[in-house]
Design a protein around this ligand. Structure first.
Ligand SMILES: *Cc1c(COP(=O)(O)O)cnc(C)c1O
Length: 760
């Protein structure tokens, strides 16, 4: 698209502040995806997860000069070169802008795709078949949501003849407007299935709603579901069975011969652990310039300061090598290996360029040990052997960490608090066992106020992983104060003795000013200043130089025990009194916090300036009576590696402690007490989930393996996943079996279990 700020404002009924002549070529909704600042308009969407208005300053600093906002949260004078379009709803406005962009494309023939399954695959196959024959663009990846469709349209260039747009809807009532936006001349109707049926009253209603996309089509190619499709499509229908036939039918309508080399792309970028601490990102999507941009964007979100960035690529369809190199350069890629297609000349000097004539030449000349601590994007066709060389084999037992669930939980607690209350995310003990760096990165992006770790080493690990936000160290007593200051870690201070050591250490390290957090003991009776120490503490704080009290805090002993509310309330009033004395004595503002997860849920009126969110972040409610709207973050999973049938009376495992009372089918899974599976979960005390069914443990848990009874799951097979805990088996249940708390189970999973992070 190419629209001026004035045209955009007219299209969406907004008003302009700033330069109305500025030209916008693209819309950006996720600040992390910024690639070219010039002519980009940042759209400050508000979603459940985030408020785009918070990123305006950051986007301006990166050169963005056009903003679509629903509220002038900022002073336009702070952004002298920017143009703002102020609208009622940013999401609505994006749709209106897309309508305007669509109006400028009357010469383009639109091909609209919808249906329940296979939309992205057929879209890519059509694109592959047609891209050599006609000037054509298609929606990127699977941008098929309402917003995705609108954004896809704004990405179209005027010099094309065809556009393929994929449209997905998950409930009735949405298609009409999208149909008016896309206005396809040719339709491709993919099969209608029962999947995602919640937003529809019946499969017929779903077919009818989806068919609205084709209202103005001159021809519709229907794949599968012949009766359903025919019942609701008005336009002439060409019925086919397979994607190949659909591609041929569309090509024929366009009067061109489709390319022969068409393949089904995989939309998921496979993230794998690589050799020598590498991370492998394997992308098997249609390899063109636009897909490379998305893959690099995905890669950028995963890169860390400890790994360099490498791209291994084969042919990029229809791309100009200078443009590809420029893009790689702008994404900060350090090393590029091209395979097959000629090596790119004139690479910027920051990129180390290497070349292999073919995949087999690559395998012959590049030793896996020449890769180390790199994030490696493998992009293009035919590179499976390259991935196999660089990835380590999959682990049979893993912990899967759902970062979207983490964000969901974070936002859930945020919704219980005042908007100005800071959230301190507890990432001690490797973020309750799920892995501190990925969690910290995610929460840093979500706007957590601070992170809390237990010991200095945990803080250093986060800094090495590229975490820049404030980090408080709860138990800093190690003597290694130099590392503490060097890494900008903020100590918590809980005794006079520690305070004076800290002040001395700051002095000898030449630190003029550092933040510290004062811990008060209001009733936990673990560590912290008690009331009688306050006068001495205050005098010291008033006279000491260098120390700045960033916050005062205390910890509740009984926030999760409703039968001890008296005690909790006593702690809360003690905290108010003690912290007030310090606040009053210091000449600068000092923040205060006392609530943990259970405290947030039960005593939100005591949120002060910040709260410390721990277990709730990980999707576990500390209160049985208040489950909260939480989603489990960690899934501990193993795999069936052996299945055996035994007659009744057989004994299983060490000490013959599993005695079969019936003919049984016993599966072995490679996870044991050395991985954190407590031995008390053996001998049937716990069950793990196979194909949705709970299968009890049999016999004693071994060090590296254990056995489960799968007699009642006749379809179970070797290779089946086994959920130890996760969405199907709440960790609380296992904790109850062991008479302990979920915290202990989460943090007990040994480091040898690999943590795999994903977003849905
Ligand atoms: C661990 C911890 C928390 C978090 O407690 P949750 O019950 O996990 O929310 C809060 N404050 C301090 C001082 C802690 O050590």
């Amino acid at each position: 698209m190419k629209l001026s700020i004035a045209q955009i404002a007219a299209a969406c009924g907004g008003h302009v502040i700033g330069n109305a002549d500025y030209i916008v070529n693209r819309l950006l909704i996720d600040s992390r995806s910024l690639f070219e600042a010039d002519n980009t308009m940042f759209c400050a969407l508000r979603t459940e997860a985030a408020d785009g208005h918070r990123y305006i300053y950051n986007m301006y600093a990166q050169g963005v000069r056009a903003f679509l906002v629903d509220n002038m949260v900022c002073d336009a004078a702070t952004f002298p070169e920017a143009a703002f379009v102020v609208v009622e709803s940013v999401e609505q406005a994006i749709y209106s802008i897309a309508m305007q962009a669509r109006a400028a494309l009357e010469h383009v023939c639109f091909i609209g795709i919808t249906g329940s399954v296979g939309k992205t695959v057929i879209k890519e196959q059509l694109f592959q078949a047609l891209r050599g024959q006609v000037r054509i663009q298609r929606s990127p990846r699977s941008w098929n949501s309402r917003l995705g469709v609108a954004l896809s349209i704004t990405e179209l260039q005027p010099d094309i003849d065809y556009a393929i747009i994929e449209v997905g809807i998950d409930r009735a009532g949405y298609m009409q407007r999208l149909a008016q936006l896309v206005r396809p001349a040719i339709g491709v109707f993919m099969p209608i299935t029962e999947e995602h049926a919640a937003g529809f009253s019946s499969i017929e209603q779903k077919a009818q709603e989806k068919a609205l996309l084709f209202a103005g089509c001159r021809q519709v190619v229907s794949v599968g579901s012949p009766q359903l499709h025919a019942a609701y499509v008005q336009a002439p229908v060409i019925q086919v069975e397979t994607n190949e036939e659909a591609v041929a039918a569309v090509a024929q309508l366009l009067g061109v011969t489709p390319a022969a080399d068409v393949f089904a792309p995989s939309n998921r970028i496979d993230v794998r652990e690589g050799v020598n601490d590498c991370v492998i990102l394997f992308d098997q999507f249609t390899p063109d310039y636009r897909s490379l941009l998305s893959a690099l964007d995905f890669m950028r979100r995963r890169s860390t300061s400890t790994r360099s960035n490498t791209v291994i690529l084969s042919e990029v369809f229809g791309a100009d090598s200078a443009a590809v190199l420029n893009m790689l350069y702008r994404f900060g890629i350090n090393r590029v290996i091209t395979i097959g297609s000629e090596a790119y000349a004139n690479a910027p000097s920051t990129i180390a360029l290497q070349h292999a004539a073919s995949v087999s030449q690559f395998l012959a000349t590049f030793d896996a040990n020449r890769f180390s601590s790199e994030t490696i994007l493998i992009f293009g066709r035919g590179l499976q052997p390259v991935k196999d060389m660089l990835a380590v084999p999959r682990h049979d037992s893993i912990m899967e960490v759902n970062l979207d669930a983490l964000v969901h939980n974070f936002n859930y607690y945020r919704s219980l608090l005042r908007p100005t209350t800071g959230l301190v995310a507890m990432v001690k003990a490797s973020a309750y066992g799920v892995g501190a760096i990925e969690v910290a990165k995610t929460l840093q992006a979500q706007g957590a106020a601070m992170l809390a770790v237990a010991v200095i080493e945990e803080g250093i690990e986060l800094r090495r992983g590229g975490i820049s936000m404030p980090i408080v160290v709860l138990n800093p007593v190690t003597g290694n104060y130099k590392a503490l200051f060097d890494n900008r870690l903020e100590p918590s201070v809980f005794s006079m003795r520690e305070l004076s050591t800290l002040l001395d250490a700051a002095h000898s390290c030449g630190v003029d000013c550092f933040n510290a957090h004062i811990k008060l003991d209001t009733g936990m009776h673990r560590v912290g200043f008690v009331e009688s120490e306050l006068p001495q503490l205050i005098t010291t704080l008033q006279s000491a130089r260098g120390i700045r009290v960033a916050s005062i805090f205390s910890h509740l002993a009984t926030a999760d025990c409703p039968d001890m509310n008296d005690y909790t309330e006593l702690q809360l009033t003690t905290f108010q009194r003690m912290s007030q004395a310090i606040v009053d004595a210091l000449p600068y503002p000092v923040k205060r916090h006392i609530l943990n997860t259970a405290g947030i849920m039960r005593y939100p009126e005591y949120q002060y300036d910040m709260v410390r969110l721990g277990i709730g972040l990980y999707g576990v409610s500390p209160l049985d009576s208040m489950p909260g709207d939480l989603r489990p973050v960690a899934t501990l999973r193993s795999t069936i590696i052996s299945i055996k049938h035994w007659p009744a009376g057989t004994t299983i495992g060490y000490g013959r402690r599993g005695r079969l009372s019936r003919p049984s089918v016993i599966a072995t899974i490679p996870i044991g007490y050395a991985d954190g599976i407590n031995r008390h979960l053996g001998r049937g005390a716990a069950s793990f989930v196979v194909r949705g069914a709970e299968c009890p443990t049999v016999g004693n848990i071994c060090m590296d393996q254990c056995m489960i009874d799968i007699t009642d799951v006749p379809t179970a097979a070797i290779g089946d996943p086994v959920e130890i805990y996760g969405p199907q088996m709440p960790v609380q249940r296992l904790a109850a079996t062991l008479d302990t708390i979920p915290y202990e189970l989460l943090t007990a999973v040994s480091p040898r279990i690999h943590r795999i992070y994903f977003r849905e």
